[in-house]
Design a protein around this ligand. Structure first.
Ligand code: ATP
Ligand code: MG
Length: 442
């Protein structure tokens, strides 16, 4: 069925050693699912009858990464492997955590606690034995996501699972089976209690899918979106001027997100949220200041969903700058101000956002102007034009000495003003000239 060359040497070695010591061991979950689908695998999870301390004794480098859940990580030359003892989680409290983790010697119990049939597959590569107690392989072939057991019961145990169903649908391009889908809407109260950190991790994985839109639309239809991202849900049905747009704000956001580079979470988030405040800023067919209001809204959303400050800063900057309107008539000073405003390091991402945004419009607008703007930016960078106060050929000390004044806010104001002049005319960034100019501020 699956060939051993399809598995990394380290995983085979671990299973071999465990079995030689008398413990059953299997590759389990996502790696078997993805292997059967011919997708690349990043994490090779192993499950075994051996207890964590028994696993630890067999290998020289073992780290207790999730010991309360029976997980240790084995470090081998070709990578790290998570090894988890078979578990039978009988009782759940508060729709979030199993009350107590129970180890078992029975692989069948372990797979039955897993969320979806396609994730409940386990495979022993040495014996070529596939554990498929819930027809997960059939669901894989039919491209269906279905819970192991009764969906309402399973979503009541852990409210994150319904979000995971949408995430796997996006990742794999699968459908959610009817009863499983209906159960999402019937267990929203449980999902509401899930820690935002856990939602964050699922959303990140959803945003890495080929088409995150599949997941967001399932979330909208099931009621999850209104609970988790109500601001995006509010964009649904908000019409836009038909000469530019064929989609409402919601679908425009989703299509922009799909069109943004798959591996870049910041640009994908910016694409998803760039028009998030259009509904609240809408007046007839104009959306005054929606970029600036949108920055703030996006910051609140991303903070709530536990994104890092660095990510929030970058996304917010992209959203705040997404409305730039370049034409060949822009003066060089205008280009310099643009670089200064956006930040040189963010320009590539801003252009990628613009491309994604444009691709989700009525007709694709020729984006040749971005190439032209890029060339002009390049030239300015080559010429090493001053873009920031720190690029000026004078500093605060020069201002204090020339004007004979103490440190204070005036120093910064003078430097800012000099920079404005230098942005207009880079030739002024000459020490002698600037020192003379400082005197005029006396
Ligand atoms: P990916 O490759 O996208 O990470 P994955 O299947 O490995 O997919 P993980 O979140 O890493 O997903 O979880 C690993 C496995 O653990 C799943 O395949 C599933 O069997 C089980 N699992 C994870 N989370 C849950 C949960 N909340 N409830 C039940 N089983 C779960
Ligand atoms: Mg995984």
């Amino acid at each position: 069925m699956l060939k051993n060359e399809q598995f990394p040497a380290g995983a085979l070695e671990i299973i071999k050693k465990l079995k030689a010591s008398g413990y059953q061991a299997y590759l389990v979950g996502g790696c078997i699912r993805d292997r059967l689908l011919d997708l690349s695998v990043e994490e090779w999870d192993i499950t075994t009858a051996a207890k964590p301390d028994e696993v630890a004794k067999l290998f020289p480098k073992v780290v207790p990464t999730g010991i309360e859940y029976g997980t240790v990580t084995i470090l081998l030359p070709d990578g790290n492997y998570e090894v988890t003892t078979f578990r039978a989680d009988e009782k759940y409290v508060d729709g979030r955590h199993p009350a107590n983790v129970v180890f078992t010697g029975d692989i069948h119990k372990d797979v039955s606690r897993r969320d979806f049939t396609i994730n409940a597959l386990a495979y022993d590569p040495l014996a070529d034995e596939l554990i498929d107690d819930f027809a997960g392989k059939k669901d894989l072939n039919n491209k269906v996501i279905r819970t192991v057991g009764d969906p309402i019961e399973r979503f009541r145990e852990d409210g994150l699972r319904s979000v995971r169903a949408c995430r796997f649908a996006a990742k794999l391009g699968f459908e959610i089976e009817q009863r499983t889908f209906e159960a999402i809407g019937q267990t929203l109260d449980v999902t509401k209690k899930v820690a935002p950190e856990r939602l964050h991790d699922e959303l990140v994985k959803m945003l890495a899918a080929e088409k995150p839109s599949i997941g967001f639309e399932l979330m909208r239809r099931s009621g999850l979106l209104k609970q988790i991202l109500p601001e995006l849900e509010a964009c649904w049905g908000v019409e836009q001027p038909p000469e530019f747009h064929k989609y409402d704000v919601y679908w425009h956001s989703l299509h922009s997100c799909d069109a943004a580079p798959k591996g870049d979470i910041v640009i994908r988030l910016a694409a998803l949220l760039h028009d998030i405040s259009k509904p609240s800023c809408k007046k007839d067919f104009t959306y005054y200041n929606h970029d600036q209001v949108g920055m703030e809204t996006a910051e609140n959303i991303l903070k709530r969903l536990k994104f890092s400050n660095e990510e929030i800063g970058k996304v917010s900057n992209l959203i705040g700058n997404h409305m730039f309107n370049y034409t060949s008539e822009w003066s060089d000073a205008a280009v310099r101000r643009f670089i200064r405003r956006v930040g040189l390091g963010n320009i590539k991402a801003l252009f990628a956002l613009r491309e994604a945004d444009t691709r989700a419009m009525e007709r694709e607008i020729d984006s040749h102007y971005l190439v032209e703007l890029q060339k002009r930016i390049h030239k300015i960078v080559e010429e090493q034009n001053a873009l920031h106060v720190s690029d000026l050929k004078v500093d605060g000390n020069d201002v204090m000495q020339t004007l004979n004044i103490p440190a204070g806010p005036k120093i910064g104001r003078v430097l800012d003003d000099l920079l404005e002049k230098v942005l207009d005319d880079p030739k002024l960034n000459d020490r002698e000239i600037l020192l003379k100019m400082i005197k005029t501020y006396a």
